[in-house]
Design a protein around this ligand. Structure first.
Ligand SMILES: [Zn+2]
Length: 265
């Protein structure tokens, strides 16, 4: 290759890198503008769960939307970010996202900040509910959001290899699996029986069973607590990460009608 051709090719390569860098910078700038818009909306939606640290949430939200960000966030920061995303979902104003670049970057590896254990119910889609991007959530879904050994093994993988910092156990109102367990009837197959048998103990302590709606409402909550208990009791890996405060555990119930994620204490 002649010296001149080599010189021209080098110039083209440098220009290409510069153009790519500029377009990334402008994308990030527009993300920040969008964050400001959504933040304004979030303040209006007073019925939605509200972050306690708006500045931290906004900054983290921007960082997180850049799926390749190396910035490590603590559990509370991650939770606040999820709540801000949920407020956008509740308000019907999800972020506009550019998936092609994100998809390519994520092909190199995943670092989901949050593990979500939730129900297989088609109305409870975590990426939509938290208005999260590709690569942000590591999701396990079973009817009744139960934590059997396969679910626990999957969580252990994410905790150890993806270095996620938050686990969210998300039940939902009017859960069919909890309703089936609450009804106490015989299931038509051993597989279905396995689901209600897993949920059954979570309902044992509920006293008022006359009102089925109320029984199921309480059952959804006690089942979330039971799943957290199962998780920490039956997985040494999850428990040690939790004890060492490397990972935070959050309990919540998704409200089918409003779209809100309500945290349980
Ligand atoms: Zn369900």
């Amino acid at each position: 290759m002649s010296g001149y051709v080599s010189f021209v090719l080098n110039r083209i390569a440098i220009l290409t890198v510069l153009v790519a860098a500029m377009s990334t910078a402008s994308l990030r700038a527009s993300d920040h503008a969008e964050d400001a818009d959504h933040h304004a909306d979030h303040k209006v939606a007073t019925s939605a769960p509200v972050s306690t640290n708006e500045h931290a949430s906004s900054a983290h939200e921007a960082a997180s939307d850049n799926a390749v960000s190396d910035k490590a966030a603590g559990p509370e920061e991650v939770w606040n970010q999820l709540m801000v995303g949920n407020a956008r979902f509740v308000a019907g104003k999800p972020k506009q996202r550019e998936y092609i670049h994100t998809r390519r970057e994520l092909a190199k590896g995943q670092h989901p900040h949050t593990i979500v254990i939730t129900c297989a119910d088609s109305r409870v889609s975590p990426e939509l509910v938290f208005d999260a991007n590709l690569g942000e959530l590591f999701v396990l879904r079973t009817a009744g959001n139960i934590a059997d050994p396969i679910v626990l093994g999957s969580i252990e993988y994410a905790v150890e290899h993806c270095h996620s910092t938050a686990i969210v156990v998300l039940g939902h109102t009017k859960c069919g699996a909890v309703t089936a367990a609450a009804s106490g009837g015989k299931m038509p197959s051993p597989n279905l029986e396995a689901i209600v048998n897993k949920i059954g103990p979570a309902l044992a302590g509920i006293e008022s069973r006359d009102n089925m709606d109320e029984f199921v409402r309480k059952g959804v909550e006690t089942n979330v607590h039971w799943v957290v208990r199962d998780m920490l009791k039956n997985s040494d890996i999850i428990r040690s990460h939790f004890d060492e405060q490397k990972i935070g555990v959050f309990r919540a119930v998704y409200q089918l009608e409003t779209g809100e994620v309500v945290q349980l204490k």
